[in-house]
Design a protein around this ligand. Structure first.
Ligand code: HEC
Length: 122
């Protein structure tokens, strides 16, 4: 496993994919090594998101709320930064702007890392 973890970060985003499609949770430490996010920390923050996106990020409580579970972590982080800065606006983005405002950069990275793991239990 340690060898695996040393190799995996170099495959970059493939890692999360490998970890999630196979449901192999021992790859979590690798997930920590890639990107800047800590999925375990992100999980605690994600409680604020469940009411709209669902506990697994893929069962939104309204058809207008996007499925975010299992999305690419970089994409998720970029989206959250864009809401926070107000760069992403229009549509229903005001909902997300107010969610993203209080998040700092580390929160965003952690959330993105966690949400990216959420397609594991398909
Ligand atoms: C009040 C309901 C609500 C809550 C709570 C909420 N969201 Fe959202 N989220 C939305 C809606 C609505 C959109 C689509 C907004 C738009 O039109 O851009 C969205 C979009 C997103 C997107 C962009 C998805 C994409 O495909 O581009 C991300 C990422 C996201 N939310 C993450 C989060 C996170 C992380 C939290 C918790 C901190 C959270 N959301 C809490 C309603 C919510």
């Amino acid at each position: 496993m340690s060898t695996l973890c040393r190799i995996l970060p170099h495959i970059s985003r493939g890692v999360a994919l490998i970890a999630s499609t196979s449901g192999v949770l021992f790859c979590m430490p690798c997930a920590h090594a890639i990107g800047k996010g800590d999925a375990a920390q992100g999980r605690t923050k994600f409680t604020a998101c469940i009411s709209c996106h669902g506990a697994d990020g893929r069962t939104p409580t309204s058809p207008g709320f996007p499925k975010i579970g299992g999305q690419n972590a970089d994409y998720l982080a970029a989206a959250l930064h864009a809401y926070k800065s107000g760069q992403r606006n229009g549509g229903m983005s005001s909902m997300m702007q107010s969610m993203a405002k209080p998040l700092n950069d580390q929160d965003i990275d952690n959330l993105a890392a966690y949400i990216a793991t959420l397609d594991a239990q398909k």
